[in-house]
Design a protein around this ligand. Sequence first.
Ligand code: AMP
Ligand code: MG
Length: 413
Amino acid sequence: MAKLLPVEEARACILAAVAPMEAVTVPLLDAQDHVLAEDVVSAVTVPPLANSSMDGFAVRAEDTVDAPVSLVVAGTVAAGYMYEGAVGPGQAVRIMTGAPLPPGADAVVRFEDTDAADDRVTIRVAVRPGNYVRPAGQDIRAGEVVVPRGTLLRPAHIGVLASVGQAQVSVIRRPRVGVLATGDELVPVGEPLQPGQIYNSNTYSMAAQVTAAGGIPVLLGIARDTKSDLTACFRRGLEAGVDLFITSGGVSMGDFDVVKDVLQAEGSMDFWRVNMKPGKPLAFGRLGSVPHLGLPGNPVSSMVAFQQFARPAILKMRGLTNLDSPTVDVILDEDVPALTLTPDLVRDERRQYVRVMVETRADGPHARLTGSQDSGVLTSMARANALVVVPEGEAGARAGEWATAQWIDWPAV
Ligand code: AMP
Ligand code: MG
């Protein structure tokens, strides 16, 4: 068999050809799941003033040394208000959670540790300075970088940015990914099937994978296997301003030539045979200045190749640097069969990505195959939550052995 391109080499070529998108300013809530493009420096201190962490009485700690002691209640302060005046010796001020500590007070005694009557309060416990007081700047100091550039913004980051009053932030925009299916046999979902036709499922699985990877799918429909139709679909994508093309089909031996001619007329393109199963045929190049990844047509092949090549490219375009799918070591509950001989009767030594369901048991995560591993059987992909990776050259794997599995549909971190 002719030499196959290692998965890592194909991946490295693709990643070298894509770059992070430019920064855009968006309202804070729209920034979730984007990568922050600039350090955010806090203009404020959080909390801005020392304040109470409990409902109780603000006191001078030294007045409580001989507890129980009786103090004069001089007033009340609630969150959002400043106490006018100061707490003098022998005095206490009713204070609510979050209210600024009045001048003179240095501690708070919880209501639970007091007995209040009329304008006096009995403090039952002695407290030390700082008791139930949150100091100014406990969380954030003005001038500090609160969220560094490059951070993938999660709900807690959105909260932190709000806590420093950041209404808008600069983030790396999401890439627009043109999704195009090719094939004369394909019918749009929702229309009746004629004999010989099948529904175009790849557009849906690929568009869903684009969304799951944090890209914006731009649907470019179905291209017939003709030069003119393919050319027209790609031109439409260029006009729509896509940042990346992902196509399915037309890159294996049968219809290689039409796609190849079009791609080479419109840009530059390599056709690879990658050392993996499923997903061996792969095209990669540019249409104009836009990178194009041509995935195989078989429904599982396109999804597995998407996971290996398109997902990391989209993550890089989003500004992420951790592009690997998370993995888990699993105990195989059944044998993974070796690949069959190739048509020229040599052993097929490609790396296998095997659809499995991983379940955690007392002795660790276990994996069982989810059904037929044929590259046309999409339902076994739907039942899987991971892909066991059987390394190149191995004749399958045995039940009871440990293997490494890639989680499917895991969010970026
Ligand atoms: P191809 O790579 O174009 O030769 O396609 C390989 C196999 O995948 C054929 O059986 C196709 O019918 C099937 N296929 C190609 N594109 C799609 C699609 N968009 N949806 C479902 N099946 C497809
Ligand atoms: Mg085809």
